[in-house]
Design a protein around this ligand. Structure first.
Ligand code: AMP
Length: 184
């Protein structure tokens, strides 16, 4: 399976804008809108992931609101499979399953439609989870739990950026394999 070489990794990292002290003091925010509006960078990411996942038997992509929707939907289209949104509480219109998780301060909650994977002809379909970045891993761990509760199996989680010092990838790895393009 092909991996990105160092020149490609540098190109992708350079395409991502960093904003200090956003959304609060002390946070360095990785703004992937500058990767998305860079035709070469966006194409490189989706083509690379398409190549990585084309040979695996993935039935759905689940994307985490909101940047996981953009990457996940583009990849689902490239692979010719369905896309399932995992959203912040109160945004999905049908019956949902929800999962609370802790943030640095306080709690957050994400949801999935109870029947999100039910149009598959498999009893326990394979799902690839996609988001732009993993930090503490709280959001992704909650998402993997939701996928399981909705009757599917997360066979891998994939992120463009991994903030290694926050140990999220290490914690998530206990639940499902993880693939990250850029480890910082
Ligand atoms: P976590 O649950 O701590 O792993 O946080 C991951 C979620 O928060 C992802 O959906 C990211 O898009 C977002 N996020 C967390 N930290 C950052 C950051 N420094 N820059 C950009 N997005 C972030």
């Amino acid at each position: 399976m092909q991996t990105l070489d160092n020149a490609q990794k540098k190109f992708l990292l350079d395409s991502i804008r960093t904003i200090p002290d956003y959304p609060q003091p002390g946070i360095l925010f990785y703004d992937i809108t500058t990767l998305l509006n860079n035709q070469q960078a966006f194409t490189m990411v989706i083509s690379h992931l398409k190549e990585r996942y084309a040979s695996l038997e993935i039935d759905y992509i689940a994307g985490i609101e909101s940047r996981g929707f953009i990457l996940g939907a583009a990849l689902a289209y490239a692979l010719g499979i369905g896309f399932v949104p995992i959203r912040k509480k109160g945004k999905l219109p049908h019956t949902t399953i929800s999962e609370k998780y802790s943030l640095e301060y306080g709690f957050s909650e994400i949801e999935i439609h109870i029947d999100a994977f039910k149009n598959s002809n498999k009893p326990n379909p394979n799902v690839l989870l996609v988001d732009d970045l993993i930090a503490t891993g709280g959001t992704a761990i909650a998402a993997v739990n939701l996928i399981k509760q909705a009757g599917a199996k997360c066979i891998e989680s994939c992120f463009i950026l991994n903030l290694k010092s926050l140990d999220g990838a290490e914690n998530l790895q206990k639940l499902a394999p993880i693939y990250t393009l850029l480890d910082l």
